[in-house]
Design a protein around this ligand. Structure first.
Ligand code: BGC
Length: 342
C-alpha cells in the first residue's frame, strides 16, 4: 500500500472527501456553494506533510481521545500507566496514537452511499493500554450530503476507549481568514471546567451567563478572546461541553455556519461530549493548503467524544470496555450550502 495514497468519496452533488491511510486523516472536504467549491477542512496540499504535523489534522484519535490525568487509570482495581506524551498527562492516545498509524483500508458496500472501512489492530500494552483492541471505522458519504463516521472497537481484556475525529473546519475555505466570523450553536447546558493543566476538575458547570453559552447561535468572535478565565487561560476555546441528549440514537450536538459561503455544518452524534478547540496552538509557520500558513484560529475542531478523563471521574459517563462488549459510536456531519442558518 502506497503510504501517500489518497482515498476519495464522491456523491451525486459533487461533494468530495479525501483521506489517507495515515490516521484516517481527512485531507479535503469539498462542498459546492454559491460562489464555487469550498474545501471546508484545514490541511496541507501534499500528503507527505501529514506525516510530520503535530496538530492531529483530520485524524482519528484513539485509543483514548483528550487528556487523562497523569496518564493513569484504574481498571477493576489494577492501575495502568499510559504514555505521558504531554507530561505528566496523556493526550489523544499517546506518542504513537491512532493518528500516527497506517490503517487498513478497503471499499465496502453500503446502502447509504459510498463507503470505506478502516481497520486497526492495537496490541495489548500499546501506549500502556491493556487488551488487544480491534477497531473498525466506516466512512460513508451519502447522496443527502451526510458524512457518517461509524466507530467500533472490541477488546480481549478490560480497557478504556474513546474515539473521535479531529478535523478543523473553516467554512470560508481554509487559509484565507480565521473562523471568528462563524456562527456556532451547541446543544449543551453544561461544560466541564479545566484546572491549570487542562484536566477536567470533575465539575459539570452551567454555561448560563458565561461566554460558553452557545445554546442560541452566536458569532465565535463574541467569545473567542473573552476574559472569562476558562477561555483566557487557554488562549482561546479548548473545552468540552456536556451534550444535553445522548443515547444510541444520533442527536444534534453542534451547528457551524458561515455567512460568506452560506455553508452550514451540523454534527450529530451518539457520544456524550463535544470538545471545541479553536486551534490557538497552530504555529503559524509551514505551508498549509494553497501556500497559506496555518495560523492560530485558522479552523475550529468540533470533536464529539466521551467526557475527558472519564476513567478517573466515576460520575462521568462510562468509558470502560469489557471483553464481549462492542464499543459503538457514530458521528454524522450534515452539510447544507443554501445560505440558511437553520
Ligand atoms: C485538544 C487541545 C490540543 C489539540 C492538539 C485538541 O483536541 O483539545 O488541547 O492541544 O487537540 O491538536
Amino acid at each position: 500500500m502506497a503510504k501517500n495514497k489518497i482515498y476519495k468519496l464522491i456523491n451525486l452533488h459533487g461533494v468530495q472527501i479525501e483521506f489517507l491511510a495515515l490516521g484516517g486523516k481527512i485531507i479535503s472536504w469539498k462542498v459546492p456553494e454559491k460562489n464555487g467549491i469550498t474545501d471546508i477542512v484545514v490541511g496541507y496540499d501534499h500528503p507527505a506533510d501529514y506525516f510530520t504535523e503535530d496538530e492531529y489534522v483530520g485524524a482519528l484519535c484513539g485509543r483514548y481521545a483528550n487528556r487523562i490525568k497523569n496518564g493513569r487509570v484504574n481498571i477493576d482495581g489494577k492501575t495502568f500507566q499510559l504514555s505521558q506524551n504531554t507530561p505528566p498527562h496523556h493526550l489523544h492516545g499517546g506518542n504513537e496514537g491512532f493518528h500516527k498509524k497506517l490503517w487498513k483500508i478497503k471499499p465496502v458496500e453500503s446502502s447509504e452511499g459510498q463507503s470505506f472501512e478502516l481497520r486497526l489492530f492495537s496490541p495489548d500494552g500499546e501506549e500502556g493500554y491493556p487488551g488487544n483492541l480491534k477497531t473498525t471505522v466506516i466512512y460513508t458519504l451519502t447522496d443527502n450530503n451526510e458524512f457518517i463516521i461509524d466507530l467500533k472497537a472490541v477488546t480481549d481484556k478490560p480497557t478504556i476507549v474513546n474515539l473521535t475525529s479531529h478535523s478543523y473546519f473553516n467554512l470560508n475555505g481554509t487559509g484565507k481568514e480565521d473562523v471568528s466570523d462563524h456562527f456556532l450553536q451547541i446543544f449543551a447546558d453544561r461544560y466541564t471546567p479545566l484546572d491549570k493543566e487542562s484536566i477536567t476538575t470533575g465539575e459539570m458547570a452551567s454555561v448560563e451567563n458565561t461566554p460558553l453559552d452557545f445554546r442560541q447561535p452566536k458569532l465565535l468572535s463574541e467569545s473567542l478572546h473573552s476574559d472569562f478565565p476558562q477561555i483566557k487561560s487557554k488562549g482561546g476555546i479548548d473545552l468540552n461541553w456536556v451534550l444535553n441528549r445522548y443515547s444510541h440514537e444520533l442527536s444534534k450536538a453542534v451547528v457551524l455556519h458561515s455567512k460568506q459561503t452560506g455553508i452550514t455544518l451540523e454534527i450529530w452524534t451518539t457520544q456524550p461530549g463535544l470538545q471545541v478547540y479553536t486551534g490557538q496552538h497552530f504555529p503559524g509557520k509551514g505551508k498549509g493548503k494553497s501556500g497559506y500558513s496555518l495560523q492560530p484560529f485558522c479552523g475550529v475542531a468540533l470533536e464529539t467524544q466521551g467526557i475527558p478523563d472519564a476513567p478517573n471521574k466515576p460520575h462521568f459517563p462510562n468509558s470502560f470496555l469489557y471483553p464481549g462488549e462492542v464499543y459503538h459510536q457514530k458521528i454524522m456531519y450534515k452539510f447544507y450550502s443554501d445560505g440558511k442558518l437553520f
